[in-house]
Write a protein that binds this ligand. Structure first.
Ligand SMILES: O=C(O)CCC(=O)C(=O)O
Length: 306
């Protein structure tokens, strides 16, 4: 099985491999500036990542969603998970704030990489986007800027596979050269997200125009490839707010749940007063905190993209 996006297999000539960067801080910054992303393989301690995977899947097993052995991440197709709005997001918040997961998302390795990329001491958002993604779910193409703009000026997203994520399991996909798509980006740059960041506004800005065409048609029309990789535990991708990205479809033939987490990083010196992403109870861009996260939804079989 090749790479599938929104139910269509990506033709070979439109499918590309994310390029690994192996250099030092200067090379990382240069790669990010040139491509809009930087893939660093083996950046994180594999045991720490696998411990986080076991922690998350252990919690999902406790609500009947993941079969033994939990480390394989195979969905049962059933769920006893509390309704995220019914419990005020507390189950999902406790999973997202698990100690082993935080050792990855807020640990030394990522902090150092983020600082190298920003060229100064960095700080992670407290709110993290943990994404157990079962077969049938995917993320549509979007820019991150509308969600995170308004307070700090310089923000990067890190995407962290929590375990191996082969192409078949629906990992991150990045549209090649998308930071140069000025027809899509200029209108976003012109918006005042400090003044207006209502959920509907940011959702529309992030997704609407970018999804007028199927991603394969968008790639064809722009002469760009859809870039992805067979990710391994320990890898991380950092990308800019102007990098068009989403995910492939999870087509795992064994119903393996794709587990990843995304975390945002800004320079420590910049404004961190955004209550959506910082503090003991970050509200998130929709306002309901962890109850509103896509990952909070039970892993029952369905077909859905956002
Ligand atoms: O993992 C995904 O499905 C999407 C990730 C994403 O949108 C992000 O990291 O900003």
């Amino acid at each position: 099985m090749g790479a599938v996006i929104q139910q269509r297999e990506i033709p070979g000539e439109l499918l590309g491999e994310l390029q690994e960067c192996t250099g030092g801080p200067k090379d990382l910054r240069a790669a990010l500036a040139e491509h809009g992303y930087v893939l660093v393989r083996g950046a994180l301690d594999v045991d720490t990542v696998m411990t986080a995977r076991a922690e998350v899947f252990g919690r999902l097993k406790s609500v009947g969603e993941i079969a033994e052995p939990i480390i394989d991440g195979i969905a049962t197709g059933e769920s006893l998970r509390p309704d995220p709005h019914g419990d005020g997001g507390s189950f999902w918040r406790s999973v997202s704030e698990g100690n082993a997961l935080r050792a990855v998302t807020h640990g030394e390795c990522l902090l150092t990489l983020a600082a190298e990329l920003h060229g100064e001491v960095a700080r992670a958002h407290d709110l993290v986007y943990l994404r157990p993604t079962p077969s049938g779910r995917a993320t549509n193409l979007h820019f991150d800027l509308p969600f995170f703009a308004g307070f700090a000026e310089r923000i990067l997203t890190s995407w962290i596979p929590l375990g191996d994520v082969p192409v078949s399991d629906g990992p991150l996909v990045i549209v090649e050269d998308s930071p140069g798509f000025s027809d899509l980006i200029d209108p976003l740059r012109a918006m005042d997200f400090a003044a207006e960041h209502a959920n509907q506004t940011v959702q529309t800005a992030a997704y609407e125009k970018q999804n007028e065409q199927h991603p394969i048609d968008l790639a064809l029309a722009r002469g760009a490839r859809l870039l992805t990789a067979d990710f391994r535990a320990g890898d991380v991708v950092f990308f800019s707010m102007f990098t068009l990205h989403g995910s492939l479809d999870n087509k795992s033939p064994v119903q393996r749940v794709r587990l990843s987490c995304d975390v945002r990083w800004q320079p420590f010196s910049e404004n961190s007063a955004d209550p959506r992403y910082f503090g003991a109870n970050p509200t998130g861009s929709k306002g309901g905190g962890y109850a509103d996260m896509r990952g909070a939804k039970p892993l029952v079989a369905n077909s859905e993209t956002t």
